[in-house]
Ligand binder design. Sequence first.
Ligand SMILES: CC(C)(COP(=O)(O)OP(=O)(O)OC[C@H]1O[C@@H](n2cnc3c(N)ncnc32)[C@H](O)[C@@H]1OP(=O)(O)O)[C@@H](O)C(=O)NCCC(=O)NCCS
Length: 422
Amino acid sequence: MSHTLPDGFSLVEGIPEDRYPEWLGCWLTTLATPTDPDPAIVDFHRQVYPPERAIAIQDKHGYGATNTSLDCDLVLPGGATVPAALCTGGSCHPTLTRRGLMTIMLDRVYRRAAEEEKALCADSPSEWPIYQRFGHGPAVWYEYAEIDVRRAGLRDDVPGAGIRPRRVTGKEAQETAQGVYALHAAATPGEVIPPAAFWDRLSTEPSSPALETTLSLSGPGGGPRHCAAIENRGFVSYRITPGWTAEQAPNGVLKVIDFLAADSETAGALWRYLFSIDMIGEIHVRRLPMDDPLRWWVTDARWMRNLRRDGLWLRLLDVPRTLEARAWSADGVLTIRVHDARGYAAGTYRLEVDSGVGVCRRTTAEHDLEMDVSTLGAIVLGGTSASGVHRGGRLHARDPRHVRLWDVMATPERAPFVSYLL
Ligand SMILES: CC(C)(COP(=O)(O)OP(=O)(O)OC[C@H]1O[C@@H](n2cnc3c(N)ncnc32)[C@H](O)[C@@H]1OP(=O)(O)O)[C@@H](O)C(=O)NCCC(=O)NCCS
């Protein structure tokens, strides 16, 4: 599991300004994202993924592998936050893979996170099999949705009738989105609050199609971005790809980029607006919460094609701090044994919840539940069912009622959700 650097390679922590484009190029090309010479693209990344936190492994040819971790806060059930290290930027040139370079960088990332007293690490892996061995588990799920606008239709009783959004651009779009996100995130477990610079994408005028793609967080193609807001409580941004049927009937596709609402009435009003835009056949939504009311607001939900996807993965470092910071939905006592090959979270813990508040201490008592740290990461927010994981053989229980008790205690009022995966 532990690796040493091959001869001729060295680890770099903190990337010099002048080599940042090289670092970014190394990362993005392994994800098959062409790097663009447009300095505005490099600049956007520099602000969101700062060079001083970036890590690389280099040889005489330059950077061959990259990683980084951002300073973020994770919203827990109940609205409290814990400091998190958001692991991203992982890459290794195909000529250098499977020699342990990513492992070396991740071990540095975990050590740094522990030194910085982060409660946990969060990430959104490119491929499912990579991160479980490092102790991460899928905690937040969402649905990708493609909606046939005309056949799904919206019911008349959707909230927000008569509320019409206003057009916003530039600084106003940026500030409104950031403000609405803060209101939304305060009530949404699973949100990882992005760095402030992330919102600059809404005030930056794209000077090239590549920059437009980067800033709209979507694939290439599509018209310019539109932004609309409802007071300081709702914000939506989207791009339209025009389309026509063989009969010349309009059949455009509207891709939602940001959908942020502080309450149900505002969310309903934003959906009313999107469904009312002329010449649109389909709306594609990158991310919908698992318990989103939209499927109850359309007249026929079978014309929404939904794909369940894993979003945020969590890796706990400090178990008591995380379990004590979250609110619990029911009271109870459970003793949990956690295995962690890297040591950070290993141990047996007694969790006692009274009036929704948890107290968690190490213990030598016999455990009720036993799991790897990656399983604890998956179930800790209540967005992944412990009963399902138990049936899948990844969690062991002295008595199956203990698993049920965890689910009753851990399942929050609102399904965990994450708006942005950085
Ligand atoms: C994923 C990637 C960074 C791995 O880098 P690497 O230096 O080869 O990783 P390591 O050699 O440290 O591998 C660590 C372990 O993970 C496994 N692993 C790595 N990548 C894997 C993959 N894509 N699928 C399955 N297992 C993988 C290795 O087999 C190894 O397992 P072991 O510890 O049991 O031997 C590299 O393959 C890459 O750049 N891929 C394309 C971009 C990408 O997916 N980035 C990740 C963003 S989340």
